[in-house]
Design a protein around this ligand. Structure first.
Ligand SMILES: [Zn+2]
Length: 120
């Protein structure tokens, strides 16, 4: 596993539902830097244009890929052993954040997808 392009919180409703948490956090890796090769036919699509893979034993989300970011894979921080070394750099979909959730940091807050930051 190489270093991620970026690490981000995502406050969108889809990520909330899929992770069953008030906010999701993902590391964005280049596909070529991952040893995990997802099986296309095992992907679940909750939202059009987004493929997600889940652990068949415990149900945790393992990875997501977005059609508009084809060379990246998004791995939830919660499943990474190195999560303590991967602090998020941006809040995506900040406009959708739950009103009672207050994360006290100075990170950039992007109302929508933060595509430009994620592809950097
Ligand atoms: Zn999201």
């Amino acid at each position: 596993m190489g270093a991620p392009d970026t690490v981000a919180y995502c406050h969108c409703r889809d990520c909330r539902r899929v992770t069953a948490a008030p906010v999701a956090a993902f590391a964005a890796f280049r596909n070529r830097d991952l040893r995990l090769i997802p099986e296309r036919d095992k992907a679940k699509t909750v939202t059009e244009g987004v493929s997600r893979w889940f652990c068949p034993d415990c149900g945790s989300q393992l990875m997501a890929r977005f059609d508009y970011l084809p060379d990246q894979s998004y791995v939830p921080l919660g499943i990474l052993d190195q999560a303590d070394q991967l602090p998020p750099e941006v809040h995506c979909h900040a406009a959708s954040a739950l009103p009672w959730l207050h994360i006290d940091d100075a990170l950039a807050r992007v109302e929508g997808t933060a595509r430009a930051t994620l592809r950097r």
